[in-house]
Design a protein. Structure first.
Length: 262
């Protein structure tokens, strides 16, 4: 499911790049770069999960979470700059009905996919799945902003000042949302990573203690057995051996005699 979402992410980015080139739109060109970066983040997370296999490396996963959080924070500032330039220069382009239907369909598809993923994975503690979900949330938020901008310009019915205010408020909300997602991922990655490292060190210390205790027990056991063997050999040598007979031969003879008597 994530691989399919990754493919759609890059196709959607390519679509925005084509729209930006055909319409000379700074917004769609910026969105193309934005979705490519989100797609690269998702690809990195999926790649890390596939390399880990059935036994995930939590330390690496939390590092991916922190790195993705930093990238989202950076993207929020870049996105705010693009929105500011777009609003200050009143950059807006009307689009045809087919383009608007495509944008709306993709946006609602992403919203539905994000909701399904959130419901299915709500009890899964995997850091990588949390990273992929948060990337999807950032993508959905920006798609909603793109849809709003395009609809207000293409369908009309609102004054220029009203469109400016709506785009400004929604743009600010999206930037803050992406920023908070990034900060949340950084904080969670740091805290959970430190907790995992502390637990790993505790487990390692317990294993070393158990190893030392086992080694000490084996040493005591071997010492006791060797001491008993020496005492037994001394007793056999002094009282039970016959002329010219070694201790081992005497033990063997006594053992055979006991077996015959039984």
């Amino acid at each position: 499911m994530t691989a399919f979402g990754l493919l759609c992410n890059f196709l959607y980015a390519l679509y925005h790049g084509i729209l930006g080139a055909l319409n000379l739109s700074m917004w769609f060109s910026a969105m193309c770069a934005y979705y490519i970066i989100l797609g690269a983040m998702r690809f990195f997370a999926v790649r890390c999960g596939r390399k880990a296999g059935p036994a995930p490396d939590l330390e690496t996963e939390y590092f991916v979470m922190k790195l993705s959080g930093v990238l989202l924070v950076m993207l929020s500032f870049v996105l705010s700059g693009v929105i500011y330039v777009s609003l200050s220069q009143n950059i807006a382009t009307r689009y045809g009905e087919i383009v608007m239907i495509t944008i709306a369909a993709c946006t609602f598809y992403k919203i539905t996919l994000a909701i399904i993923r959130a419901v299915r994975q709500r009890n899964n503690p995997s850091p990588l799945l949390a990273v992929i979900r948060n990337i999807s949330y950032a993508e959905v938020a920006t798609s909603v902003l793109t849809l709003q901008r395009s609809m207000l310009v293409s369908f009309g019915g609102m004054s220029r000042e009203g469109i400016h205010s709506m785009n400004a408020m929604t743009g600010a909300a999206v930037c803050v949302f992406v920023l908070l997602l990034g900060i949340y991922m950084i904080v969670r990655g740091v805290k959970k990573g430190e907790l995992h490292m502390a637990r790993s060190k505790l487990v390692e210390a317990n294993e070393k203690i158990a190893e030392k205790v086992t080694s000490a027990y084996k040493h005591i056991e071997n010492t006791a057995v060797n001491s008993y063997t020496k005492i037994e050999d001394a007793f056999v040598d002094r009282y039970l051996t016959r002329d010219g007979e070694t201790v081992e031969e005497a033990k063997k003879r006594l053992k055979n005699r006991d077996s015959a008597e039984k």
